[in-house]
Design a protein around this ligand. Structure first.
Ligand SMILES: NC(=O)c1ccc[n+]([C@@H]2O[C@H](COP(=O)([O-])OP(=O)(O)OC[C@H]3O[C@@H](n4cnc5c(N)ncnc54)[C@H](O)[C@@H]3O)[C@@H](O)[C@H]2O)c1
Length: 453
């Protein structure tokens, strides 16, 4: 099939590249010409494992190209995927990008020959596809839905950091179409994919995405509330609490036929809270949506409240050990999670701001996200270290924010060798407290402190 993809960020580029890999002819559309140039040069403008080789191959075969010319790209395709951003602004979903994209598609469809399907892949609140998106396309094309074009909602569930792997082998494909013909035509995009395919209404498809993200965010905030409580109770080790909980047969089946714990146990662990471009904005948008339909959202309110305070717990732990004014603090990890260069809503942002407010000099390092960080105003006043060892060498304390593999390999001896008074605040529970203490490192963990053993 000929597919045009509108918006070429994490979702659009990964979707486009993986669909080209499956034999479709894909045109990626973006308003940012620098991204279009990078893609056409075979260089992904974002970091995702495996994306560079798929993109290079697709460019060599001529199955994928990028353009800023939305009208031609939409007209020359059978299906358009809308993958533009839907940020939450002042607690509400901002529809400006999605409506602008729908208008451009509508203008292109005005004189297009042949049936066309438009699919909303962006995360949008229930009613958006059949409301503002449909209205914009109808008004600019002069054609009612069903008159030469069909509309559906196809939420995307890929995880940043594992986006290519998730798109190639999805756990589900949800399609909420306005009519059966559209569903049938759109499913041809995924003809080669063998996972469960769930057909719904557009509104149900929209809701499934928000509920999926909100459930995982709720698990994280629940884990942080419990971890914070454990750290206040002498003798309770939150890490063992989670291990004990994970062994529940509904989380780790005991029939001997499965490899181990369900993936969801990753979300049942204390730490610095969730970040990224999805969970914070999607929980906030669902919360405000709940209010618009007259429902209270007490759980979602608590999920966001707990999450907002969690990164600052690192600063409180640090201040118990030293006065921050004039001190140098290394922040290891800026990305909101390992495997990505995405800094959106990363716990590193409020942490760095709070450290600076308290008068500390902040030295940051991240294996992948430093080029992105250098572009952001929040990091204007920090020093960028070339590697973690130089960050530690310059510092009075270290805050571990992102659980990158290379940080897991830092040994207690490294901290002792590089820091005059080794002090480590472990935001992800990746270091072993007993070996740290034995080596002479002062180690404190968010959700777990040695005093609570
Ligand atoms: N990032 C994720 O992990 C993820 C996962 C699932 C779903 N989603 C959802 O997918 C959507 C996209 O997310 P993302 O992270 O890829 O966003 P992104 O910000 O990385 O990319 C969006 C792209 O759309 C482009 N754009 C904006 N308006 C445009 C227009 N009119 N025409 C063409 N291009 C336009 C922007 O320039 C940008 O490159 C959001 O709704 C998000 O909630 C994201």
């Amino acid at each position: 099939m000929k597919i045009s993809v509108m918006g070429t960020g994490y979702v659009g580029l990964v979707s486009g590249a993986c669909l080209a890999e499956r034999g479709h002819r894909v045109t990626c559309i973006d308003i940012r010409s620098e991204i279009v140039e990078e893609i056409n040069a075979g260089r992904p403008p974002i970091h995702e494992i495996g994306l560079d080789s798929i993109l290079r191959l697709a460019r060599e075969k001529g199955t994928l190209s990028a353009t800023t010319d939305a009208k031609t790209a939409v007209r020359d395709s059978d299906v358009t995927l809308i993958c533009v951003g839907t940020p939450t602004v002042n607690g509400r979903m901002d529809m400006s990008q999605i409506v602008a994209a729908a208008k451009e598609i509508g203008a292109a469809l005005a004189d297009k020959q042949g049936h066309h399907v438009v699919a909303v892949k962006s995360t949008v609140l229930p009613g958006t596809t059949e409301g503002p998106v449909k209205e914009a396309i109808e008004s600019l094309s002069g054609r009612k839905v069903g008159d030469g074009w069909g509309l559906c909602m196809n939420p995307e569930f890929l995880r940043e950091g594992r986006a290519v792997e998730d798109f190639r082998v999805p756990d589900r494909i949800v399609v909420g179409a306005t009519d059966a013909k559209t569903a049938e035509m759109f499913l041809k995009v995924y003809a080669d994919f063998t996972c469960p395919k769930l057909l719904t209404t557009p509104r149900t498809a929209e809701m499934i995405k928000y509920v999926s993200n909100s459930l995982l965010a709720t698990m994280i905030s629940f884990s942080n509330e419990i971890g914070n409580m454990c750290s206040a109770v002498p003798g309770v080790d939150a890490r063992l609490v989670w291990k004990g909980v994970h062994l529940d047969r509904r989380l780790t089946p005991v029939n001997g036929q499965t490899a181990g714990a369900a993936g969801v146990t990753e979300y049942l662990w204390h730490g610095l809270g969730f970040g990224g471009s999805c969970f914070p904005k999607d929980v906030a948008a669902l919360r405000s949506f709940g209010r618009t339909v007259g429902e209270q959202t007490r759980i979602l309110d608590a999920v966001l409240d707990i999450n907002a305070n969690q990164p600052l717990r690192m600063v409180a732990l640090l201040e118990k050990e030293l006065s921050l004014a004039g001190k140098h603090v290394a922040v290891l990890g800026l990305a909101f999670k390992p495997g990505t260069d995405d800094l959106r809503e990363s716990p590193a942002l409020p942490l760095v701001a709070e450290l600076q407010k308290k008068g500390a000099h902040v030295i940051v390092h991240d294996p992948i996200a430093m080029p992105q960080a250098k572009k952001r105003p929040e990091f204007r006043e920090v020093a960028f270290a070339e590697d973690w060892s130089s960050a530690l060498r310059m510092s009075d304390a270290c805050c571990l924010v992102t659980a990158w593999l290379e940080y897991r390999d830092i040994s207690p001896a490294d901290f002792v060798r590089l820091m005059t008074h080794p002090l480590v605040i472990d935001g992800r529970g990746i270091f072993e407290p007993a070996t740290m203490a034995a080596a002479g490192v002062v180690w404190r963990g968010v959700g777990y402190t040695p005093e609570s053993i």
